[in-house]
Design a protein around this ligand. Structure first.
Ligand code: MN
Length: 320
């Protein structure tokens, strides 16, 4: 490939969209044709119950991404071979979770209607519920794979709060087009939980692979089983990745540390399977840049998004 000096831009120069893909205002997507993926930021952290800062996540991850080429050696797939746009951020309203969640719901719905795969950058984990709810326009059942060191299954946390990041999986499981038997949580480690949380998830019919299950059964086996669960009688699933599934050594900038988490290598290996052709949309949440060190968390977050999208698109193209 011949590269011309006049087309060169240093990684740290210019406007940092995700992987420097072109920015398109969400208002202008109507006229677009054949867009594969849209990067959408959700700078919202109003519902964090421990360490805040995830509203700075989208910007930090975009900036970190400028040092990446978009190629996944693992999947041997280059995201630059696709049509990917960065549609900027959801117009969130600071201090107003309800209106912000409504804005997430509407924006994601717009992308789904255009048949564009949303790749969403949070934000705290509360943003996943409205993003999944937007899939109701598909008018079919979808599965959910929730990669997280927490279960996010509180009914109300804090008391009276139904839509915080601690309740997002519970609210998701209540959606009429989601059968809890198509939901699977991967990476749960339990230090912030109580035994009744596990019982509640189990009683709801949701599958769970704890950090111990992953290490005992093996990464690939758990990932394959998870895809089977999420796709049983569904045509697609939503993949949500909470950065705190990584050990704090690899993700110091997260909303709540859980010691003993996955290494990036372990997670990427799983994502090569979880980034299945049936992924309807993905998100990466809970990166808190003020607590990050040397941009480690934002870099790992970027790699998570690249590995997932590269694996999925490789599947899609190979099965066309
Ligand atoms: Mn979470």
């Amino acid at each position: 490939m011949v590269r011309l000096l006049e087309d060169f831009e240093a990684p740290y120069a210019g406007i940092p969209t995700f992987l420097k893909f072109p920015h398109v205002n969400i208002k202008d997507i109507e006229s677009l044709r054949n867009v594969d993926i849209a990067i959408l930021g959700v700078p919202l952290d109003e519902t964090t119950t421990h360490r805040s800062g995830a509203k700075m996540g989208p910007r930090a991850i975009r900036e970190a991404s400028t040092s990446f080429s978009g190629y996944s050696l693992r999947s041997k797939f280059d995201l630059n071979d696709l049509t990917i746009i960065d549609v900027g951020d959801v117009p969130v309203i600071p201090g107003n979770v309800e209106k912000s969640h409504k804005a997430i719901y509407e924006t994601v719905k717009q992308l789904i209607k255009k048949n564009i795969t949303p790749a969403i950058i949070g934000g705290d984990h509360s943003i996943t519920y409205p993003a999944i709810k937007a899939h109701e326009i598909l008018k079919e059942k979808i599965g959910v794979i929730w990669v997280d060191s927490h279960l996010d299954f509180d009914d109300e946390y804090p008391p009276g709060q139904l839509y915080s990041h601690s309740c997002s999986l519970r609210r998701t499981s209540e959606l009429p087009f989601i059968d809890p038997t198509n939901i699977v949580v991967i990476g749960y480690s339990g230090y912030a939980s109580h035994p009744e949380h596990e019982e509640e998830v189990d009683e709801a019919g949701i599958s769970m692979f704890s950090i111990y299950d992953i290490r005992e059964e093996g990464l690939e086996k758990v990932a394959k089983k998870s895809v089977e669960i999420a796709t049983k009688n569904t045509t697609s699933f939503y993949l949500s990745v909470d950065i705190d599934v990584l050990d704090p050594a690899f993700a110091p900038g997260s909303g709540l540390h859980e010691p003993g988490g996955l290494t990036p290598w372990e997670l990427f290996k799983m994502l090569a399977i979880l980034g299945h052709q049936r992924v309807a949309a993905m998100d990466l949440v809970e990166v808190s840049p003020p607590y990050d060190s040397a941009g480690i968390t934002a870099s790992n977050a970027t790699a998570i998004i690249i590995e997932t999208l590269a694996a999925r698109m490789k599947y899609v193209i190979n099965t066309k």
